[in-house]
Design a protein around this ligand. Sequence first.
Ligand SMILES: [Zn+2]
Length: 322
Amino acid sequence: MPEEIAPNWFRMRIPLPDTPLKELNSYLITGNERNLLIDTGLNRPECLQAMQCELQELKVDLSKTDLFITHLHADHLGLASRLACTGRRVYLNSFDADIVRNWVGFDPMLEYAQACGFPAEQLRTALDRHPGFKFRSEQVPETTPLTEDAVLTCAGYHLHCLHTPGHTPGHLCLYEPGRKILVSGDHILGDITPNIQCWSNEQNPLQDYLASLDKLAGFEVEQVLPGHRELLRDIRTRIRQLQKHHAQRLDEVLDCLARNEATPYQVAAAMTWDLDCDSWDDFPVTQQWFATGEAVAHLRFLEEKGQVKRSENDNLFFFSLA
Ligand SMILES: [Zn+2]
């Protein structure tokens, strides 16, 4: 059942089976001439069916519906090519659109993960079970690139694009100043923390993420519409909690390295995770993958700050306190 959260603005819950995220929040704004659909779901039958049901209930004509995708991940972009028909636009930020366009496959990421100490024999399984890989769209729709300050108009709403890198390099939030509504995508979530992963020495996504949080703290927001889980109202408190979470994570990483030098995989195994498993070895391999990516993001942040240093031995990265 679509839920009306503001006049002509609906939230639709799209199930994401077998993921800890549980559901995607897709949003639909219905206008006189055109509608705007924000984020879509994974490219799998359960998502498509749920989406079609919701759209039918709202009597939406897809040929008059443009799509806005907050970021490139498959739970947001995956269904876009299935819903897209001629004459409509699929808006995606230009950074993520470049990544999608220049995609060379997962090999560089797998190679990097191996250098981070991820067990080589597990790499293929990690990838094969990765929902982003399994349920990606087989065909990427042509996208209309958007950057900071672009404004989309629909049903009298003015949706300002805010570049909020961190979760992905180009992640965009939408801000509606009249109603003080923020579509936060996966930049701000309520009861779970957005996953900040890094798989390259050139990036520092945690620094980007923290800067993007600071940026949003300056906006007057009365309603936050996140990409997953429940909607929230108090953005400032949530921003403070997320900042504190990462500060604690960084301390945890430093503590771990105070005992011994370690690979990012070993650091991830030593960090605390909110998962129902007795030990690191019991973690599903996909969760180990996400955890290792998070550990790298925190290590890269500390490396740029000069608090940790890296050595390379036998194609493996080892981090220690600087
Ligand atoms: Zn997501």
